[in-house]
Design a binder for this molecule. Structure first.
Ligand SMILES: Nc1ncnc2c1ncn2[C@@H]1O[C@H](COP(=O)(O)OP(=O)(O)OP(=O)(O)O)[C@@H](O)[C@H]1O
Ligand SMILES: [Mg+2]
Length: 130
């Protein structure tokens, strides 16, 4: 069974090839890693699937998610999926996550992580590096 099935995904930006004939499957409940050198197109792959490519981009191929082709969905349909069925954390988590939350901070009575926003200037709670 496949959660997402990408076939022959190609992207150009203002005519410049960015991705060429990329195909892969994601299975439900499994972790999928996409590995490549800087500039190889990992972010563009995610942005293409989310319908968030920059102006001047063109994409071809197919990306079946729950029976729907993400590359052919109207914007309204993608808006219903984004954040509900498909989430994305953009490349710089300290600016992409809003508000930033420290999930290691002790929570309320039920022990759940605190949702209190953390100031970017607050002390870091990471364990000290040796
Ligand atoms: N807005 C843009 N306009 C034109 N080309 C772009 C744009 N953004 C990225 N590119 C190009 O698309 C290609 C793929 O970039 P991408 O950001 O997907 O790489 P990446 O694999 O995510 O790299 P990194 O590991 O550094 O995050 C690169 O050649 C990059 O120069
Ligand atoms: Mg990237």
């Amino acid at each position: 069974m496949k959660l997402l099935s990408v076939r022959n995904l190609s992207v150009t930006i203002r005519g410049i090839p960015i991705l060429s004939e990329l195909s892969f499957d994601m299975a439900p409940g499994r972790v999928f890693g996409l590995v490549g050198e800087s500039g190889s197109g990992k972010s563009m792959t995610a942005l293409a699937l989310m319908g968030l490519l920059p102006h001047g981009a063109r994409r071809t191929g197919s990306a079946l998610f729950q029976g729907q082709d993400l590359l052919r969905m109207a914007e309204a349909g993608l808006c219903r999926l984004r954040g509900n069925k498909i989430g994305m954390i953009f490349q710089e988590p300290m600016t992409a996550l809003n508000p930033p939350c420290d999930h290691r901070r002790p929570g309320g009575r039920d022990g759940a992580p605190s949702r209190k926003p953390v100031s970017p200037r607050s002390p870091c709670h990471c364990p000290r590096q040796a």
